[in-house]
Design a protein around this ligand. Structure first.
Ligand SMILES: NC(=O)c1ccc[n+]([C@@H]2O[C@H](COP(=O)([O-])OP(=O)(O)OC[C@H]3O[C@@H](n4cnc5c(N)ncnc54)[C@H](OP(=O)(O)O)[C@@H]3O)[C@@H](O)[C@H]2O)c1
Length: 366
């Protein structure tokens, strides 16, 4: 059984306005959109999303990466190095996916130059003045942005699409989540590490020393995804899900227990999710809610291979938890590079354009 919900919150924009901008007119085209980190795992998919959703037709797309990539031509556009002296004027929207350090250093400069920044890193997610937005879940949070918007962590993103309808109806009091996170979630270098190890293993050769992960990832499972910071017994990846769930669902009372695990899957994060609701929710009603939720496909047993390249979040194994009267269990899968990162960032850009929420340079600099 597969039930498909097509009522996405931020579908493709019809680029009906090209040419000169008229005062007060809704501009779907005519914007300059920067992709920072355009050569990376997420940046590459971002460019695909912009193209697929028609945003590259009437808007100018400009690409940034490090000096190493400067001069590379992608889709007919030349990559510029993001370095001191670079011209940031005239950029309306900047999609950042170049790591937290780059975001901390450069996002404020883009904002100061007049851009509205949508940042994929964790640099600003905890800042109470920065909205943390999943396009189907809390688009209203964009209303008060000050030039900077944070895209949630990839594992949290897909979880929110699946949980928001249940939280709205019955209130979630507690979650227990175990993730099975793909290697692309760590970026391009991690994918190369998986490939090199897998090739060596299949050829019966000695595996190369791991550089990205603490252990070999090919034909293995690493029981902690993310890093342990300052002696914490949870990884930073686990802490992100704990914090971001409450911020996005606007409810600090939700108790979130998380174990993040890395598995040798190239693309697509999976999650085993146990949910305890405040009010009783029948399994039939839960199924109904999920079947009509935007951006979500309800099926029996989702898998990352089938989710790869798709923008929707897949939910399956929906069942009662027999150990608790208000307990539900489900399995949630999505393409971490798409809905987990690039698609949501582009959907936010579409919402900003559609709702006239791109700040003007004059406003930002006040
Ligand atoms: N992968 C995911 O599933 C995922 C999901 C959500 C969020 N994110 C976040 O998105 C960001 C990028 O992740 P990724 O997986 O795409 O990493 P990646 O494959 O390693 O790509 C990093 C990109 O950033 C560029 N870059 C690095 N330092 C830079 C600098 N100082 N100035 C300009 N560009 C710079 C790189 O350019 P060069 O090619 O020139 O080195 C490359 O284009 C990270 O913050 C990550 O946490 C990733």
């Amino acid at each position: 059984m597969t039930e498909v919900s097509t009522n996405g919150a931020a579908g493709p924009l019809a680029s009906s306005h090209s040419g000169p901008q008229l005062d007060g007119e809704t501009r779907t085209g005519g914007h300059r959109i920067a992709v920072v980190g355009a050569t990376g795992a997420v940046g590459t998919v971002m460019l695909q999303c912009l193209r697929e959703r028609g945003l590259d037709r009437d808007n100018e797309i400009v690409l940034f990466a490090t000096a190493r990539s400067a001069g590379r031509v992608i889709d007919g556009r030349t990559v510029q190095a993001l370095e001191p002296g670079v011209n940031l004027s005239g950029i309306d929207i900047a999609l950042f996916s170049a790591g937290g350090g780059t975001s901390k250093e450069w996002a404020p400069r883009f904002v100061e130059a007049g851009a509205t920044v949508i940042d994929n890193s964790s640099a600003f997610r905890r800042d109470p003045t920065v909205p943390l937005v999943v396009s189907e879940v809390n688009p209203h949070a964009l209303r008060d942005h000050r030039g900077l918007i944070a895209n949630p962590n990839c594992s949290t993103m897909q979880l929110m699409v699946a949980l928001a309808p249940i939280h709205r109806e019955a209130g979630i009091s507690r979650l227990v989540v175990s993730t099975y996170q793909s290697v692309s979630g760590t970026g391009q270098k991690a994918l190369e590490e998986l490939d090199a190890e897998a090739r060596a293993a299949l050829a019966g050769e000695r595996l190369p020393e791991p550089r990205v992960y603490p252990d070999h990832i090919a034909f293995n499972v690493i029981g902690a995804a993310g890093n342990f910071v300052d002696g914490d017994d949870h990884t930073d990846e686990e802490r992100k899900m704990m914090f971001e769930t409450c911020k996005i669902l606007e409810d600090d009372e939700i108790a979130v227990a998380v174990t993040c695990v890395r598995v040798p899957v190239r693309v697509g994060h999976s999650e085993s999710v146990n949910i305890e609701t405040r009010e009783h929710l029948s399994i039939e009603r839960a199924r109904e809610l999920l079947a009509s939720a935007p951006g979500l496909i309800l099926e029996d047993v989702p898998s990352p291979l089938r989710a790869e390249g798709r923008d929707e979040v897949y939910v399956g194994r929906l069942r009662r938890d027999p150990t608790h009267p208000n307990g539900l269990a489900m399995f949630v899968v999505a393409d971490n590079l798409r809905k987990g990162a690039a698609t949501n960032a582009v959907q936010i850009a579409e919402l900003l354009i559609r709702n006239h929420q791109i700040r003007q340079a004059s406003e930002v600099q006040q």
